[in-house]
Ligand binder design. Structure first.
Ligand code: 5GP
Length: 190
């Protein structure tokens, strides 16, 4: 998606050869117009997949997931990274955070994802695929089916892509980074 790549080049900050900061338009401050276009793009790609629910993880995935759900005309559920006291007997999965380098517990209220749901997972970044694997664990517990994964930005040298493809899950990525450094971003799959 050329528009997303342009915004990343204009507003993204390469913090290291492993981490890209996109806080000014994607996962802290959010650009509604680009989120609308991202949602339209994912919805168009998965339009015929019979999606019943879009699922993401708070907080970076919420904006693109919501817009995707709106364009598909289905509900969106965001999985939480900390369990509120109001949440009774949630479904849970342990996940390693790439950006925070610690483990945390994903949790979702029982019943929000139902047996038979045909789920599209949307996230802001794909790195090692740990968030994806956590979602898969939750969906298994809910007896829901994962129909596909839509990722805004992948760092293609990390192992997330292989994890998803090895499971045979359809993957649609809007912007693939082959490598990045102070000199800039090289687009493509590594
Ligand atoms: P994974 O679980 O695939 O290793 O990492 C994906 C998650 O880590 C995403 O949900 C995203 O929040 C975060 N993440 C991974 N790499 C980056 C990055 O380069 N920049 C930002 N802002 N977040 C990242």
């Amino acid at each position: 998606m050329e528009e997303l790549k342009r915004i990343i080049e204009e507003k993204g900050k390469v913090l290291s050869d492993q981490v890209l900061k996109t806080d000014s338009f994607l996962n802290h401050s959010v650009d509604p117009a680009i989120m609308d276009h991202i949602g339209r793009e994912f919805a168009g790609h998965f339009r015929d997949a019979g999606i019943t629910k879009v699922v993401t993880i708070e907080s970076g995935g919420i904006a693109p997931a919501l817009m995707t759900a709106m364009h598909l005309g289905v509900p969106m559920v965001f999985v939480k990274k900390a369990r509120p006291i109001t949440m009774d007997a949630p479904l849970t999965a342990s996940v390693h955070s790439f950006t925070k380098n610690r483990d945390y517990e994903l949790c979702v209220e029982q019943g929000l994802i139902e047996a038979g749901d045909n789920v599209l997972f949307i996230d802001d970044f794909l790195a090692n695929g740990d968030a994806f694997k956590g979602i898969l664990t939750l969906l298994d517990q809910a007896q829901a089916h994962l129909a596909g994964a839509g990722i805004c930005i992948e760092k293609s040298w990390q192992r997330g892509r292989k994890t998803i493809r090895d499971l045979g899950i359809p993957l649609y990525v809007l912007a693939s980074i082959r490598s990045m450094s102070d000199a800039g971003i090289v687009w493509g799959q590594g």
